[in-house]
Design a protein around this ligand. Structure first.
Ligand code: SF4
Ligand SMILES: [Zn+2]
Length: 134
């Protein structure tokens, strides 16, 4: 019976989304795996949302949008609001960022994200000037 190499160190196969080194290390192991193709097919069938399977990182998968900018296969009723709650921005194609967060599809408002980033930037600058003042 074939023993998949990933069974010896399963943690390596569930890396943090931003941990490229670990993702690549896991993918390199998959490259040597005798059941790589079968594993990938099965992971696709199971709609895996986490981890490296068959050499592919499913934890970082892209959201595929249709021509209207809506995620393929997701009913419209799943996200009802047409405007973001915080800033009242309309969820247009340009204003919307779709992503998977902990395996869950999420819709975020880009103008709000940009505003939060700008605020964080200001906080960081203030923090630095406070440090320089000491
Ligand atoms: S291809 Fe699948 S079974 Fe093989 S090492 Fe990678 S994750 Fe494990
Ligand atoms: Zn907004």
């Amino acid at each position: 019976m074939t023993v998949p190499p990933c069974t010896t160190d399963p943690d390596l196969f569930f890396p943090d989304k931003t941990d490229q080194a670990t993702i690549q290390a896991a993918q390199a192991i998959c490259d040597t795996c005798p059941i790589r193709n079968m594993c990938l097919t099965q992971a696709r069938r199971n709609d895996e949302q986490f981890g490296v399977w068959g050499g592919r990182n499913f934890g970082d998968r892209d959201v595929i949008l249709d021509s209207s900018g809506w995620p393929v296969g997701v009913p419209r009723t799943r996200f009802r609001g047409t405007h973001c709650r915080k800033g009242g921005h309309e969820f247009t194609r340009e204003n919307t960022r779709w992503s998977y967060h902990n395996g869950k599809l999420t819709r975020a408002c880009l103008p709000c994200i940009r505003a939060r980033k700008a605020q964080a930037y200001v906080r960081k600058r203030e923090h630095r000037s406070q440090l320089l003042a000491v």
